[in-house]
Design a protein. Structure first.
Lengths: 435, 480
């Protein structure tokens, strides 16, 4: 039987080979040295659609999913409710089976969607311009560091220790071979930046959930001529003052929380916004509005002379494929909730997290690690190793918080969102009380 | 049909696109006013208006499901619907990346098995799935090369050779890792100029990045000699797997002497492009580079799967483990094909491209008149003579209902028109496309104006890109 994805049958192949003027397929591979041709491939025998679906269903069922377990993990990836509108839009194959919109006349749907996306990211972050997306938050932060080095022509980058350690690792991977010195310091107030620092990277709110004074970080950076890069949590931006309003120069973040499933950590979405003056140093794609030959409005990829396909080794980044469909989902999500819905969900997260924090801190042996304002994540000091507590919670169909005992003794980073019901939170408190 | 508005134009205070739950816990005090924002303005639109808006937008798009999409070098093959269905199982989507290993054994098993499958398909020894796009896979490769030579205390290698036909991502990536880049020219047949290559190779060269088949759609018959020359000077052969679709099930990168190669699951392995991602760019390496792979990779210990960091890893490329949702689709694709099905893919891709080449070579100038692999490149030479450019041809194709091929790439071919049909197109579709291309070649001579003013049947006419760049309008603004 022929493959459903390869429409030409043997008769077609024969006819085409004849038209080409050869008698066997291998004549078309004549440039390949014979000893390499028709290698042996040890692959499992093909499965039918029926068998394959069953196999994948079985594999998926070996994972514990957050629809069956209450989940209190965050740290960059968040479980939020996703309205049906989102996947009905992203599920339209005109969107998901299109390529990067190089041919503008055939891609106005994608292009206009990216323009809407860029606009919304600017509104959320309080910045002037946004690109079309990066892979995820860590690499977006790394690209921000590289961009700050280009702009300032300096080569030292400081990251506050309250930035997610995973982001720090990615920044380190990207900057290591670039002749950039990377430092990690404890608090912005303690930082004394010299004149050779390109940027200070902070997280808003921090990896540990609480807020640091973004205004003073901006001041610290600007006093030495460095840029301030803020890694922002998108839901916090629905409620708290934007990094732009504090004077941040580049704002990046993880957009997964806005309408995308966690999907074991990918695909995510690195959003990337900055001041207008840095436009020509930005990495990634940009969509702009223009007119067609009849004077009608339309959209195109623009300012491409920064990019690898034109500038090659002098490009601002090597990024090509980014996270187009995730950006679409994110934009549709923001549009679906609107300013009121987004604020409402942010406040649900805030109140539920604070309720959980109060109830858990009341338990004997537990306490909140920091007496500082937080949004929807907080560090709980536990009476025992968080690993042991999490194992017990797991038995109760609860996925506990992130074990950060390597940073805070017996510390557990707990995240609460609108999908965690009061009943879930009470169950968590009750189960935790046994220690 | 054409949209003349954006979301703020249909926004009205009080509208919303979904219903949301009420608070079910006692409210806490909100933070102080000076911490909160009052300036957030976003569109407010009802569900029905949103759906109509986005349905309209989608109809302005041309996707693979709309029709033939012969975008050279992008491998726009059909994306099986089955993949979309299995990738959204809640056991895949509703899983947090930091859950304990024992609760994600299915995901780890799938990743472990896919590592093995891709290792076998490329003829390498080990694979990391963590790069999230082809360019990030390239970055992983170059970082590994640098770490490998540093580990060997061979510190004088500071230059990377990149063929002049390569994708822009190759030199851009090498520059991100602080290398000097030297372009290796191609010879008159479209192969790497071996004499030039020899003169460039010395103990300061770390590697050559080689796309095979090349971006000219040609298999370089001197691959063995290139391999020997490069390794003889102590450098490595770094593969770009962008064009793997002509080799899968047929030829292995490892057999040809490549030390590492990055793949594009969103090309060869049929995961959709999504209008520009998400992609996935796994890297497959030989034994000597395995310890340097980006973190993490999945290992099997007894019956259990677990993440591990290779001993000399170049580090993390993202905060999780790569684009898992894409990885699921590629896994499904490989299992649906098997070895024989995979061979059918590359063979049909190559037959289709050569068929187009043969049928169109009397209408369009063929700069390299030899058997091609999965794509064929024509040049604008003959049309230019009558004042028609490659862009005119591309835009006119839209009027005939086809997505245009890749244009003006590779840069070494003047006015390149790069056609990659892939294996998922029928002879009937190819014949219709060939017919349209022939008609356009005829129109170029007899009625050039209709090409200059093309496209005519699209939602917008030719757009003013110069104006877009001169006065950038990159967003709308809303205020409270």
């Amino acid at each position: 039987m022929s493959s459903p994805y390869v429409p030409n049958v043997d008769a077609d192949r024969q006819e085409m080979l004849k038209a080409i003027g050869v008698s066997t397929v291998d004549e078309l591979f004549k440039d390949v040295p014979k000893k390499f041709l028709n290698a042996e491939f040890k692959l499992p025998p093909p499965l039918s659609e029926l068998e394959l679906k069953e196999k994948l269903r079985q594999i998926a069922s070996k994972n514990v999913n957050t629809e069956e377990y209450a989940c209190f993990l965050g740290a960059g990836f968040y479980q939020h409710f996703i309205p049906s509108v989102i996947h009905h839009v992203t599920g339209r194959s005109e969107f998901y089976t299109a390529y990067t919109p190089y041919q503008a006349e055939a891609s106005q749907g994608t292009l206009q969607s990216i323009y809407e996306y860029q606009s919304m990211i600017c509104q959320l972050t309080g910045m002037e311009i946004s690109n079309a997306s990066m892979y995820e938050c860590g690499s977006a932060a790394a690209e921000a560091a590289l961009m700050a080095c280009r702009i300032t022509k300096r080569n030292k980058v400081v990251v506050l220790s309250t930035v997610n350690p995973r982001y720090y690792e990615v920044i380190s991977t990207y900057t290591r071979e670039h002749g950039i010195e990377l430092e990690r310091v404890d608090a912005a107030s303690a930082v004394k930046l010299g004149q050779d620092y390109a940027c200070l990277i902070v997280q808003y709110p921090t990896f540990l959930g609480y807020f640091e004074d973004l205004g003073s970080s901006v001041q610290t950076a600007h006093e030495s001529g460095a840029l301030l890069v803020a890694i922002a949590s998108p839901f916090a931006l629905a409620m708290y003052k934007s990094p732009g309003s504090y004077g941040a120069d580049i704002v990046v973040g993880e957009g997964q929380a806005l309408g995308n499933p966690m999907s074991f950590g990918g695909p995510g979405l690195g959003f990337f916004a900055c001041r207008n003056e840095y436009l020509r140093q930005m990495p990634g794609r940009l969509v702009g509005k223009t007119v067609d030959s009849d004077g009608q409005p339309g959209f195109v990829l623009t300012i491409s002379t920064r990019e690898q396909h034109i500038k090659r080794e002098r490009a601002t980044s090597n990024i090509c494929t980014n996270e187009g469909l995730v950006a679409l989902a994110t934009m549709v999500y923001i549009a679906t909730l609107g300013e009121q819905g987004l604020r409402h969900v942010a406040e649900l997260c805030y109140h539920k997290a604070h309720y959980a924090e109060k109830e858990l801190s009341k338990l004997k042996g537990y306490s909140s690690a920091f007496n500082k304002p937080f949004f929807n994540e907080f560090v709980l000091r536990c009476p025992r190793e968080p690993r042991l507590i999490n194992e017990a919670l797991f038995e109760q169909k609860i996925i506990g918080g992130l074990d950060i005992s390597n940073i805070i003794p017996n510390g557990m980073l707990i995240c609460v969102t609108e999908v965690n019901t009061k009943a879930d939170i009470d169950r968590l408190v009750k189960a935790a009380a046994r220690f | 049909m054409r949209h003349h508005y954006v979301l703020p134009d249909i926004s009205k205070p009080g509208k919303i696109g979904c219903s949301l739950p009420a608070l079910d816990v006692p409210a806490s005090d909100l933070p102080s006013k000076d911490a909160l924002r009052q300036d957030l303005a976003l569109p407010q639109v009802s569900e029905v208006e949103l759906i109509r808006y986005f349905t309209d937008l989608s109809r302005l798009n041309y996707g693979l499901d709309t029709g033939f999409y012969p975008l050279g070098s992008c491998t726009m093959k059909y994306n099986p619907k089955l993949h979309e269905d299995v990738a959204v199982l809640s056991g895949f989507t509703s899983v947090h990346p930091y859950q304990p290993d024992k609760s994600v054994q299915g995901a780890l098993q799938l990743m472990f098995e896919l590592q093995g499958l891709l290792t076998e398909i490329t003829g390498m020894n080990m694979t990391s799935l963590s790069p999230m796009g082809g360019a990030q896979g390239e970055l992983a490769n170059i970082l590994m090369l640098k770490a490998y030579f540093r580990d060997k205390k061979d510190l004088k290698r500071k230059r990377i050779l990149v063929p002049d036909t390569a994708h822009g991502t190759n030199p851009a990536t090498a520059a991100m890792c602080g290398f000097e880049i030297t372009a290796v020219p191609s010879d008159a047949d479209g192969n790497l100029d071996l004499e030039k290559l020899k003169s460039m190779l010395n103990d300061e060269v770390i590697a050559i990045t080689l796309t095979m088949p090349t971006t000219l759609g040609l298999f370089d018959p001197h691959i063995e000699e290139i391999n020997q020359l490069v390794h003889k000077c102590g450098a490595l052969l770094c593969g770009d797997g962008a064009n793997l679709n002509s080799l899968i099930g047929k030829v292995k990168f490892g057999d040809m002497g490549f030390d590492c190669v990055q793949l594009n699951l969103h090309k060869t392995f049929s995961t959709p492009h999504g209008g520009g991602g998400p992609g996935s760019g796994p890297v497959c390496v030989k034994e000597h580079l395995a310890d340097f792979l980006p973190s993490p990779i999945v290992a099997k210990q007894g019956d259990a799967y677990t993440f591990m960091t290779p001993s000399k890893s170049v580090g993390r490329l993202g905060s999780a483990y790569g684009n898992f949702g894409v990885i699921v689709k590629a896994y499904a694709y490989i299992l649906s094909l098997g070895a024989a099905g995979m061979k059918q893919v590359s063979e049909n891709a190559v037959i289709n491209a050569n068929y187009i080449k043969e049928k169109l070579k009397d209408s369009y100038y063929l700069p390299y008149d030899r058997t091609c692999m999965h794509e064929v490149i024509f040049a604008e030479k003959w049309q230019k003579a009558v004042g028609i450019s490659t862009m005119d041809v591309a835009k006119r194709l839209l009027d005939y209902g086809f997505h245009p091929p890749t244009v003006y790439f590779p840069l070494v071919v003047e006015g390149a028109l790069m056609i990659e049909p892939t294996e998922t197109e029928s002879k009937e579709t190819l014949d219709a496309f060939i017919e349209a291309m022939k008609t356009i070649a005829k129109e170029a001579k007899e009625n050039p104006d209709i090409l200059h003013s093309a496209p005519h049947n699209t939602p917008v006419k030719r757009l003013d890109e110069v104006a877009a760049a001169r006065k950038p309008d990159l967003r709308w603004k809303m205020t409270k």
